[in-house]
Design a protein around this ligand. Structure first.
Ligand code: AR6
Length: 184
């Protein structure tokens, strides 16, 4: 596992890059790159439901019925139990599908802001994010990384430990580059 930590520039927040599997992260909250159905899928979503077990899906179904009968809107976030994962909560967020016809960066930024807002509501101080929208949803990794890093740096939060958990060396390199050039 590659790991790198940066602390400069932002109050008490520490950002760490990890190359690995987000389902193994020992943090308060793990963010899931879900879809609006909240009923599971492939990629990170599939891995989280597989490793976390049926308790997560049960709570997602309940949320669908009680609050999101038309699905969780893109850019929003909602928490459930983390089931059998080492984390306490899963925060499900719905990234935008990438479009070359329309700039949806504000929706991707909203995923990170809203996830941190939900984490604050829960009292979570550590959180692990995947590269939201950078898989099935087709976001170019460099853009996804820059939006992720810039938004997290700029968001006021009680969360002090932010980890970006990247599955591939390319994703890790893109986030490392974004971290090196943030604010520029
Ligand atoms: N840990 C960390 N990162 C992972 C893992 C893992 N275990 N598995 C995949 N990735 P994606 P999206 C990376 O497709 O683009 C689902 O079907 C992956 O390599 O999971 O937001 C949902 O249900 C990529 O870099 O999420 C939705 O329908 C990044 O996580 C849709 O996919 C995000 O890829 C959401 O698409």
């Amino acid at each position: 596992m590659r790991r790198r930590t940066t602390e400069e520039g932002h109050g008490l927040m520490r950002i760490t890059l990890v190359q690995g599997d987000i389902t193994t992260q020992d943090v308060d909250a793990v963010v899931n790159a879900a879809n609006s159905s909240l009923l599971g899928g492939g990629g990170v979503d599939g891995a989280i439901h597989r490793r976390g077990g049926p308790a997560i899906l049960a709570e997602c179904r309940h949320l669908r019925a009680s609050h999101y009968d038309r699905g969780l809107p893109t850019g929003q976030a909602v928490a459930t139990t983390a089931g059998d994962l080492p984390a306490r909560w899963v925060i499900h967020t719905v990234g935008p599908v990438h479009s070359s016809a329309e700039d949806r960066t504000h929706l991707l930024a909203s995923c990170y802001r809203e996830s941190l807002r939900v984490a604050d509501e829960l009292g979570a101080t550590s959180i692990a994010f995947p590269a939201v929208s950078a898989g099935v949803y087709g976001w170019p990794m460099g853009d996804a990384a820059r939006t992720a890093v810039d938004t997290v740096w700029a968001t006021p939060t009680q969360v002090t430990d932010v980890r970006f958990v990247l599955f591939t060396p390319d994703a890790y390199a893109a986030f490392e580059n974004a971290l090196d050039t943030t604010g520029s």
